[in-house]
Ligand binder design. Structure first.
Ligand code: GLU
Length: 455
């Protein structure tokens, strides 16, 4: 059989900033496409005009770009299958809705929202599934056009089969089966020219020749609906892979309660795009051994859908912190200086680099820098207790400081190597070296923890 070209897509709705969950889905689509020598497409799903906002679209596209996943095709780069915004593709959906209506595979429904809500409530009360099997499902288009004159509102629904099983093979979850009677006559368009998600997504995926739909597990319940539409419209069936949810440490779905959830927040917190990329790849997938630090190229080479886990993936911030530190240490000082500029405003590049040489081995994220090195820019706040090593008395602190000042004065012109030697020798004479070295370091930095005084 001929292997068709792999084309994957991320299809975010611009109703919020780029969420970690969406970015992880994009990443798996990206890795799979690249691994298979295929293409990764970005498509903005802005059919819901009330909730969609250009500022969110901008945030999403910028976030994907920052992560290195701008897409082979998409709103920013264009491509042969454009436009890549649903709002610019409205003409494509209408003929499909018309086709379904004319073939009696879809129909106009005239129930008011109130009626539907009441029906749902009654079904729930009598412990039945809240499924809408519509009374209008068999009316003719002629009858519908008359009703449209007199009824305030209408919606277009798919006329579902009764007593039908919808099955598909998920690349991660294997065989899945759904009962059409638990789905009912679902809505596909608000009006003939206003498609809803399930219809629009199916049409776009067909026209854009998407071969693999890789998305979050929260979309599983949409898949049978989309398969019914695909069949009714005579479209090609793509392969599906539903990714495990991302969970917080308490094993509930990752949300604001757990901390930052959007990619730009992580960027502003001083995480590098490479470490977030690497970290997200391990949210639900691993290479089968315990390697964790993996470059983009390595991840592409190693990625396989078979190794994606079914169970939820726990977002472990400590691990991200560790990983980010590792990536910080792998940077050259010049690169690190560039990345640190938004966090540490230092005019001289040389000076910034010197400061970073001190902290590169210590920090986990760039946002720690201002606090960690503030003593280069302002006099440190030093109180007596900060200067105290173990159980030194106030008198001992005083005499240590006095001695330190004398030594500094005497060796002002000396090379740092000599200064270090002199101070260490002097410290060696004390009951405990810390009695001299601790006050020296803490007085210079104003901190309990910092780079060493000779550094
Ligand atoms: N617009 C949908 C979302 O943001 C995309 C769902 C899909 O991938 O089919 O969740």
């Amino acid at each position: 059989t001929m292997q068709k070209k792999v084309r994957t897509r991320i299809a975010p709705s611009p109703t919020g900033n780029l969420h970690i969950g969406t970015a992880r889905t994009a990443l798996f689509n990206y890795l799979f496409a690249k691994k298979m020598g295929g293409k990764f497409i970005v498509r903005i799903e802005d059919t819901d005009l009330e909730r969609s906002d250009k500022k969110f679209e901008k945030n999403i596209l910028e976030g994907l770009k920052w992560l290195g996943m701008e897409g082979d095709e998409g709103p920013s780069l264009g491509g042969d299958y454009g436009p890549y915004r649903q709002s610019e593709r409205t003409e494509t959906y209408k003929p499909c809705i018309e086709k379904l209506l004319s073939e009696s595979k879809a129909f106009y429904c005239f129930h008011s929202e109130k009626e539907l809500a009441e029906e749902k409530e009654n079904l729930m009360k009598s412990k039945k599934h809240p499924v809408h099997l519509c009374e209008y499902r068999n009316i003719s288009l002629e009858e519908a056009s008359i009703l449209r004159e007199v009824k305030n509102d209408h919606i277009i629904r798919f006329k579902n089969h009764v007593g039908h099983k919808i099955t598909f093979k998920d690349l991660i979850r294997k065989d899945l089966s759904f009962d059409s009677d638990l789905i009912g006559d679902f809505s596909i368009a608000k009006r003939i020219d206003v498609p809803l998600y399930n219809l629009a997504v199916v049409v776009d995926d067909e026209i854009m020749e998407i071969s693999h739909i890789i998305r979050g597990e929260d979309h599983i319940s949409n898949t049978p609906k989309q398969l019914l539409l695909i069949e009714a419209l005579g479209f090609k069936k793509p392969a599906y892979a539903h990714l495990p949810l991302i969970l917080g440490p308490d094993r509930s779905k990752l949300s604001k309660r757990h901390g930052a959830t959007s990619v730009d927040e992580y960027k502003d917190l001083g995480y590098l795009s490479e470490s977030l990329f690497n970290f997200m790849a391990l949210l639900g997938w691993n290479p089968g051994d315990n390697r964790e630090i993996l470059s983009k190229e390595q991840l592409i080479g190693l990625f396989s859908m078979e190794k994606v886990q079914k169970s939820g993936a726990i977002f472990d911030l400590n691990k991200l912190d560790w990983m980010n530190g590792e990536y910080i240490r792998r940077k050259s000082i010049t690169e690190l200086a560039k990345l640190s500029q938004p966090f540490l405003k230092v005019k001289s590049k040389k000076y910034l680099e010197k400061i970073l040489e001190l902290e590169q081995s210590r920090i986990k994220k760039l946002s720690e820098l201002p606090e960690k090195v503030d003593y280069f820019f302002k006099k440190p706040n030093v109180d007596k207790d900060l200067l105290r090593w173990k159980n030194m008395t106030d008198e001992e602190i005083k005499s240590s400081i006095k001695r330190l000042l004398e030594l500094l004065k005497e060796n002002k012109e000396q090379d740092i190597k000599i200064i270090e030697k002199v101070f260490l020798e002097e410290a060696g004479k004390m009951r405990d070296r810390g009695q001299l070295l601790w006050p020296l370091r803490s007085a210079l930095s104003g901190k309990k923890a910092s780079a060493g005084p000779f550094e």
